[in-house]
Every structure is written in C-alpha cells, then in structure tokens.
Design a protein around this ligand. Structure first.
Ligand SMILES: C[S@@+](CC[C@H](N)C(=O)[O-])C[C@H]1O[C@@H](n2cnc3c(N)ncnc32)[C@H](O)[C@@H]1O
Length: 200
C-alpha cells in the first residue's frame, strides 16, 4: 500500500476510534496546536461545517464555556452543545440569516469549504476560491476585532486572491499544510489572526 493511502487510512481509523465525524478533525487539531487559533471560552463560527468533525474539535478546544455555531448547505446531524443551521452561504441574505439566528460576534471563523468537485481541476479550483471569498466576506462582517480565522484553499492560480483579501482585513496572514492533509492533495490552509475590525 502506498504511504499516502496508509496515512489516510490511519487518520480514518483514528477518527472512528476517537468518535470524530471526519478525518479533517485532525487537520484542525494540528493547525491549532501550531497556531493557537482557538482558545477556551471562544465563540466560533464554522462555515461549511458538515458532517461536523471541525465542530467537535472546536467544541473541545473552546471548552464548556465556548460557543460553537456551524452552517452548511447540507444538514448537519446534531452535536451536543453545538448549534447548526442549514444555509447556502451564497444566498444574498446569508449574513442577515446568521445574525438573526446567532445575534453576536465571533472570536473565530473556520472555513473548510469544498464545492462538489467535478474532477475538472481549474473549474473546481475557481469554484472553491469563489466560495472561500464569500466566507472571507462573511468573516469581515461577523468577527470581533482581534479575531482569528482559518480558510481552506484548493491551490491554484487564484490562491493569491484569498491571501490578498485576507491581508486587507487581518494583521497577520500565514499558510499551513497539516500532516493530516494528504501531501498530494492541493489543499492548504490560510491562517489569519488579529482581525482589524468591521468596515460597515
Ligand atoms: C470538506 S467538507 C467540511 C468538513 C468539515 N470541516 C468536517 O470536519 O466535518 C466541506 C463542506 O462545505 C459545504 N459547502 C459547500 N458549498 C457550500 C455553500 N454554498 N454553503 C454552505 N456550505 C457549503 C459542503 O456541503 C461540505 O459539507
């Protein structure tokens, strides 16, 4: 078996044994170990949260006094002490709908968004970047000043657009490729800290 496949199976087994809904849970744990994005007591919004591995990790890291909210175009099965909402983030009223259900600002926004992939690389890349730019726009309206964010990117010619937009609204922007993410996959994560504040 190739090392790549063995690693993927190892994380899949680990997720099953430890009760995480996705292998992706380990990507967030790894990123957080290195970058301290989430702290106890944080209020967290996870955009594109289903099936919910990141929600479980966010709840664990923010602790009993943390607040975790997730939105996804698909239904997310209930997770104890986590609130979820079915929402297409490209709905023009998405921000208002989130605000209506959750009338507070967030310390952290997470985005692990992926479109349904077609297998046509440049098309999937453009679509994923377009979704991520919407997540960035939502962050700019719903984060607290000083807040942090993580955005997944399918790497390609438009990746710079996300980093460029992020740099306009966060003091620090860096990137990370966790071990739990297959080395062959083109995804990586943009880690943003110290949101500069809302511009209405
Ligand atoms: C890789 S999965 C997220 C996995 C999640 N982080 C976890 O650990 O379980 C990407 C998610 O993005 C969601 N998504 C794609 N387009 C969306 C949209 N327009 N609005 C909301 N969610 C969307 C998909 O439904 C999918 O659940």
């Amino acid at each position: 078996m190739k090392i790549e496949n063995a690693l993927r199976d190892q994380y899949r087994k680990l997720a099953k044994d430890q009760g995480y809904r996705s292998r992706s849970a380990y990507k967030l744990l790894e990123i957080n170990n290195k970058h301290n994005v989430i702290e106890p007591n944080d209020t967290i919004l996870d955009i594109g949260c289903a099936p919910g591995g990141w929600l479980q990790v966010a709840k664990k890291l923010s602790g009993p006094t943390g607040t975790v909210v997730g939105v996804d175009i698909n239904l997310t099965k209930t997770i104890t002490e986590v609130s979820t909402m079915q929402l297409d983030i490209e709905d023009p009223d998405a921000i208002e709908k989130i605000r209506k259900n959750f009338p507070f600002s967030f310390d952290v926004v997470l985005s692990d968004l992926s479109p349904k992939v077609s297998g046509i690389w440049h098309f999937d890349h453009e679509r994923q970047i377009s979704l991520t730019l919407v997540a960035l726009q939502i962050s700019s309206k719903l984060l607290k000043r000083g807040g942090n964010a993580i955005f997944k990117i399918f790497d390609g010619s438009y990746s710079g657009d996300v980093k460029q937009e992020a740099a306009k609204i966060f003091m620090k922007v860096t990137t990370s490729k966790p071990k739990a993410s297959r080395q062959k996959s083109s995804e990586f994560y943009v880690i943003c800290s110290e949101f500069k504040g809302k511009r209405e």
